[in-house]
Write a protein that binds this ligand. Structure first.
Ligand code: CAA
Length: 240
């Protein structure tokens, strides 16, 4: 049986690389987006991957979206919680909107999406859930109390859900990328980014495909003994 994968935020950046990689490996793939419709349509035309628009902050929208994808492609076997945003600013200047927006988009989205798929996975006794964390959830980062809290939260969420689902054929793992060549990272001020790159032992930003490779490893049927783990790929910048 061909397995079905759902990648949130799957039409741009790291998410797009994951969607394309999983398609190449023979999975049926659905990708969600929220804001950039033109890019999502272009992605769908170019890849043949069906795209769906909803806000991962909204539990009801997640449940309805998952139901629609299951009608179109079949039960979701693999969920990649990749959708995320930054809203970087020093804590003393951070608004509660900036805090909540980042926590809800990056962390509560994992609750919403897992709620939407977990009963089906438990019934079928199979699932692969992969949550995208970040180096900055592990090490902290100036200007990212919101983002680092969400990404660290993902690691605790992953471990706990992994323990709960271990006897149901479901694995739950996290991937913690370092600084990857995406629009999100390239939005950091050049002088700041140069300083960051200088601290990466391999001497460069990562490629979105580096992350896609790790996700595809965790998505495999063969990776059933690995659960609750955090795969770190950051060019040696932070060693856990
Ligand atoms: N370390 C120490 N001091 C810093 C600093 C740093 N990294 N950044 C700024 N400062 C200092 C400034 O020099 C300034 O000092 P003075 O008041 O004495 O002049 C003070 O802090 C305040 O600076 P700003 O007013 O510029 O601070 P700000 O609140 O407007 O925002 C910032 C600063 C834009 C967040 C900046 O620190 C920054 O760009 N940080 C990098 C954030 C980052 O790495 N984001 C990653 C985005 S990509 C991503 O997140 C993907 C992933 O998973 C890796």
């Amino acid at each position: 049986m061909i397995k079905t994968a759902l990648v949130t935020g799957g039409t741009r950046g790291i998410g797009a690389a994951i969607s394309k990689h999983l398609l190449k490996e023979g999975y049926k793939v659905a990708a969600t987006f929220q804001r950039n419709q033109a890019q999502a349509q272009k992605f769908e035309r170019e890849t043949g991957i069906k795209v769906y628009c909803w806000d991962v902050k909204d539990l009801k929208a997640c449940e309805e979206g998952v139901r629609q994808i299951e009608k179109d492609l079949g039960p979701i076997d693999i969920l990649v919680n990749n959708a995320g945003i930054t809203s970087d600013v020093s804590f003393h200047k951070m608004s509660s909107f900036q805090w909540n927006d980042v926590i809800d988009t990056n962390l509560s989205s994992c609750f919403n999406m897992c709620q939407a798929v977990i009963d089906g996975m438990r019934t079928r006794q199979y699932g692969r859930i992969i949550n995208i964390s970040s180096i900055n959830g592990q090490q902290g980062q100036f200007g990212q109390t919101n983002y680092a809290a969400a990404k660290a939260g993902i690691i605790g969420f992953t471990k706990s859900l992994a323990i709960e689902t271990a006897q149901k054929g479901i694995t739950v793992n996290a991937v913690a990328p370092g600084y990857i060549k995406t629009e999100m990272v390239q939005a950091v001020k050049p002088e700041m980014l140069d300083k960051i790159i200088a601290r990466i032992p391999v001497g460069r930003l990562g490629e979105p495909e580096d992350v896609a490779n790790a996700v595809s490893f965790l998505a495999s049927e063969k990776t059933g003994f690995m659960t609750g783990a955090t795969l770190t790929l950051n060019g040696g910048q932070y060693l856990t």
